[in-house]
Design a protein around this ligand. Structure first.
Ligand SMILES: *Cc1c(COP(=O)(O)O)cnc(C)c1O
Length: 435
């Protein structure tokens, strides 16, 4: 990791080191380097002590601006960036005490009730700015098993000169998730008669179609895009802004490890954190890697915390890039079973009347077990989604979860979708009709 006070434009290199360095703008428009690595900033900017010790006197918007600015200078002017930040973080990120030593950073107060809203909102606005002068539209393609698609649809809806294409598997997303996918203008929701893997294969086929590429800008909106990845650092600053005392241990529910890699980046910029805990479900590639030193991708196991069902976490290379040989010193990783997840949801509700969602429950369990071994510490877990998104929660607790008002609005809207088979020709015709 190289440290620096970046005031000249940040360049991004490929973690596979076999593609040219690019600016923020190029990294956003391209998504992924041709050598199939991930873009990574050449320097981790250092924030001033004055900024870090006075977080509580700054607004969310000001923090977002200061944190992200070194990564985008040269690609986005300050006044535009200020507006993008204000629009990205216009909802609260409260740190809530669950018990005396355990705090939840609630990241589910955005429009689609999961933490991916921040990255999606930030990226959509960057892309809107970058594609304004372009001769052709930009089409954003996203395959989703549920949460990503909703955040992308809400975040990108009504961004000028950008069309969004969401692919989701028929019958495999929840009722609320489907409403979040199918009720936005400027978003084409495609219900694919197939699996999530089919959707991903179709999305890849669009992105790799050279004929389409010659006619239109194409990019993907998954968390490998730097504009979705980097703004996730904000959460950790917002946590510390509401924190008193010794640096906390932070437990991060992890699937693709983008969120955790963002936390480590914030820490690399000077944000004081005692330790990061990676909280995984039964998909335990990373916990096994830290134990054995062997990285072995595995077939996906389906769990209650389905947004973390990942067999080969795409952002883990960024974790390695940041930590290098400090990996074992700075990070511990644990795997939590579905049984322990349900028990945790039940226990925390009975003891504290706090309703966890299955992802937050995995984070809570890992943190609580850690604090049992470290009696002097206090910690934070990230509560990454609202429990209403997952029917399992009310089944486990046998109580009705309060419905946020945004969901009531959703229920009143009309769904618009196009049903297709898992056949590329059908999809291509639809893409061509968007041009
Ligand atoms: C995407 C997601 C995660 C996992 O985040 P990563 O950055 O992929 O590790 C955790 N919880 C929820 C609710 C999610 O939607």
């Amino acid at each position: 990791m190289v440290l620096g006070f970046a005031r000249s434009p940040m360049l991004y290199f490929s973690t596979n080191r076999n593609s040219p360095k690019v600016t923020f703008r190029e990294a956003v428009l391209k998504g992924q380097p041709d050598d199939r690595g991930l873009y990574f900033p050449e320097k981790i900017p250092q924030l001033s002590t004055g900024f870090l010790t006075n977080l509580d006197q700054k607004s969310q918007e000001e923090i977002a601006f200061e944190v992200i600015r070194p990564y985008v200078v040269g690609s986005i002017p300050d006044d535009i960036l200020g507006r993008i930040c204000a629009e990205t973080v216009n909802f609260p990120f409260p740190l809530v005490s669950v018990s005396e030593r355990i705090y939840a950073l609630e990241l589910f107060h955005g429009p689609t009730l999961a933490f991916k809203d921040v990255g999606a909102r930030f990226m959509s606005r960057c892309l809107g700015y970058f594609s304004r002068g372009l001769p052709t539209k930009t089409i954003v393609v996203a395959a989703t098993s549920g949460d990503t698609g909703g955040a992308v649809a809400a975040g990108f809806s009504a961004v000028e000169n950008v069309e969004v294409l969401i692919l989701y598997p028929k019958g495999k997303v929840s009722r609320i998730q489907e409403l979040q996918l199918t009720t936005h203008t400027g978003v084409t929701a495609l219900e694919v008669d197939g699996s999530f893997d089919d959707c991903q294969a179709l999305a890849k086929a669009v992105l790799g179609d050279t004929e389409l590429r010659s006619k239109v800008g194409l990019t993907s909106a998954n968390s490998i895009n730097v504009a979705r990845w980097l703004p996730q650092q904000f959460y950790y600053f917002y946590a510390l802004r509401q924190w008193d005392g010794e640096p906390p241990t932070i437990s991060v529910p992890s699937g693709n490890f983008g969120n955790l890699a963002a936390g480590l980046t914030a820490n690399g910029s000077g944000l004081p954190v005692k330790k990061f805990l990676a909280a995984c479900n039964a998909n335990d590639v990373v916990p096994r890697f830290l134990r054995t030193g062997k990285y072995e991708a595995a077939a996906v196991k389906h769990t209650l915390s389905n947004a973390m069902d990942v067999g080969d976490p795409s952002n883990f290379v960024r974790v390695i890039e940041i930590l290098g040989d400090r990996l074992h010193f700075c990070l511990e990783a644990f795997s939590i079973s579905d049984k322990a997840t349900s028990e945790t949801i039940r226990e925390v509700y009975q003891k504290y009347k706090y309703i966890l969602d299955p992802h937050g429950a995995v984070g809570y369990r890992v943190l609580a077990d850690h604090l049992d071994r470290h009696a002097a510490e206090k910690g934070i877990f990230l509560e990454t989604a609202h429990p209403i998104k997952f029917d399992a929660v009310s089944d486990i607790l046998r109580v009705a979860v309060d419905v946020p008002s945004s969901i009531n609005d959703l229920l009143a809207r009309k769904k618009t979708k196009i049903c297709i088979g898992a056949v590329y020709e059908e999809l291509k015709e639809i893409v061509l009709s968007l041009l």
